[in-house]
Design a binder for this molecule. Sequence first.
Ligand code: FE2
Ligand code: FE2
Length: 306
Amino acid sequence: MSTFVTVTDQPTANSSLTIRRLLVDLSTGFDRHWNGGDAFRSAYMNALSMSFPVGEQFFIEAVRNGAAKLPSDARFDALRQTVREFIGQEATHRQLHSIYNAELERQGFKNHWGPRALQRVEKARAMRRRLHSRSEHFHELAVTAAFEHYTAVFGEQTLCRQGLPGDWLAGAQAPLQTLWRWHAAEETEHKSVAFDLYRALGGNERSRLFWFAFVSVIFTVDALRQTTNNLWHDKTLFKPSTWLSGVNFFWGRSGFVWRCFGASLAYFRKDFHPTQVGQAHLADDWLKANSALWQAVGRAPVPPQA
Ligand SMILES: [Fe+2]
Ligand SMILES: [Fe+2]
């Protein structure tokens, strides 16, 4: 029996999102250690990039299928529009990270994360089809909201230490530094969309927290597996400098763990909402300071009413 309740009458008001074209040229390639000459930081960011085309396609499908279940009345029009804009942003991320990943493949790296994630999604969908589940959109939205919390936390941490100790992109080559910071800004901007949609549809707390715990484990394991594989192909896996950088990246004074742990766990709070975590101005500040590096491509078109 489904544990989900019905659609709430509490649509959330998201502010509108801008879909942007990033003016960077990735076609000329980049160095293997593009991230400040640091093998570990390059390998870790490359691993994340490898997950995005499959992951972001999944997020797009999850919010599209979820939005299709919203009642057609005007109360949900703003949320529907924000979902379309979210899809526009994620589609541009997918596209640029696919170009980035093609260069990684050309350099001899092997993406295991993307195919493994796709296989996982297909298996879960096949199982729910066999069980005639009618709650697939809830599960996929809860998974998406969980990942979106992590991308927002990481995004905000990418933006808040620019030029300071603990800047994850210190010394990075220009096109990739811009790509990552732009992506971080947009993840920060649209961090509430999947969560609000899940809530508007009446998704329950138990499932929200279960999928967050699941995503936390799977994301950590997948990221470390792919980073290790990238370092293996880079022939830097057994270098002491790689391990030193990895330890510093996660556990150093401005390390990933200290900076992300509390914000990540906030998701378990009963009254949690993505806007309670982070600093909303970070994305705005970066986008304004770097307005020469992107162009707005307009709002997502409103499809005709059926
Ligand atoms: Fe994204
Ligand atoms: Fe996102």
